[in-house]
Design a protein around this ligand. Structure first.
Ligand code: PMT
Length: 333
């Protein structure tokens, strides 16, 4: 298949040139986390994260929290309908692998059923895992054509598993994401500057607060219209930087569809949140080029034609550069 139904018509993509919302204040945090309920499994996840951090306080590894995939906004409590976004988790899952290869332990906070490190090579719908197998004498075997690559992936996966370096934490809704992000961040503060945040998730900007969420499936409306009155999701990056994990290095992403505003939006985010690095990317070219933006510098990273031809992944170039900056963050602080 050489076409993608998910490819947008860029001329009609949403206009993101309007100014972003202001960062969340402590009062926004208090209001959000008291008005919305935590997911019922949160304390189990917190225990898993505490154990993971203990293992790596001992192993001496740095820990990166990689967020990945889109968040959903349910329109009903017994959810039939929800609002979603395009993110498949490719950036997050691919980056997690390169962090692991570079000696980091990874907490992978991901949208459930989006791409996962290692299994992503075989789970994407354009890359069906059954195509990697053949039947030989009534038994299933790996097609020899793919076995070398599969062995390499399998070894890396087992290595991550055996060294307890990869912790998978799922979310689906934006509310689950926010509660879990806050828990992860405050627990990771224990690692001080050795913690790194790599926020590749595409988080919903608007949501329906629990107080207004209908319990059951929305029925047909007499007006013939469904009007949904969403509220702004507080921009918790400011709370993460100021309060939840102030000693960690924080890398956020900025996605735009218009290259004329990408750099100014990225700089605007740095000025607003005062964190260390924004990686800018355009929806149309995000797998071939990104830009590292700091307040005084813009550094484009691009796959050459030759690298693209060989199916090199841009994350292989991104992660060592992020790690360089994490090295100097640790040394400076
Ligand atoms: O998953 P793929 O299909 O590979 O796509 C990857 C990607 C394009 C989604 C990714 O590379 C990317 O750009 N992610 C960020 C998208 C974006 O522009 O997010 P934002 O402007 O809404 O948020 C800015 C940053 O704050 C992001 O790092 C986001 O993860 C983080 N954020 C935002 C809101 C919020 N409430 N919490 C957050 O952590």
């Amino acid at each position: 298949m050489n076409y993608h139904t998910s490819k947008p018509e860029t001329e009609s993509a949403i206009d993101r040139s309007i100014p972003d919302f202001p960062g969340a204040e402590p009062i926004d945090e208090k209001n959000y986390f008291s008005a919305n309920k935590p997911p019922p499994y949160l304390s189990e996840i917190e225990d898993q994260i505490k154990d993971f951090i203990e293992v790596h306080v001992k192993s001496g590894k740095r820990v990166v929290l990689v967020t990945s995939g889109g968040t959903t906004v349910p329109l009903e409590n017994n959810t039939v309908r929800f609002i979603d976004n395009f993110s498949a988790g490719t950036r997050g899952a691919t980056s997690a692998e390169y962090f692991l290869e570079n000696g980091y332990a990874v907490i992978f906070l991901h949208r459930e059923f989006s791409l996962l490190p290692y299994s992503r090579h075989y789970s994407h719908t354009t890359n069906c895992f059954l195509d990697y197998m053949i039947e030989e004498n009534g038994k299933v075997e790996i097609n020899p054509q793919f076995s070398d690559k599969m062995l390499t992936v399998l070894r890396k996966y087992n290595n991550a598993k055996n060294s307890k370096s990869l912790l998978l934490i799922p979310f689906t809704t934006v509310n689950q994401y926010l509660f879990t992000l806050r828990s992860c961040s405050t627990l990771l503060e224990k690692l001080s500057t050795k913690a790194l945040f790599y926020l590749a998730a595409a988080v919903s900007d608007f949501f329906l607060p629990m107080s207004r969420l209908p319990q059951h499936k929305i029925q047909s409306q007499a007006t013939g219209k469904l009007v949904v009155d969403l509220e702004q999701v507080p921009k918790f990056l400011s709370r993460l930087v100021d309060d939840w994990a102030p000693r960690a290095m924080i890398v956020s992403f900025k996605l735009e569809t218009d290259d004329n505003i990408l750099i100014s939006k990225a700089k605007g985010a740095l000025e607003k949140y005062q964190h260390q690095l924004v990686i800018g990317n355009l929806l149309q070219t995000r797998k071939r080029e990104v830009v590292f933006v700091t307040l005084d510098n813009e550094d484009w990273i691009r796959l050459s034609d030759d690298q693209a031809e060989k199916a090199m992944e841009i994350e292989e170039l991104i992660i060592p550069k992020v790690i360089e900056q994490h090295d100097s963050w640790i040394n400076r602080n």
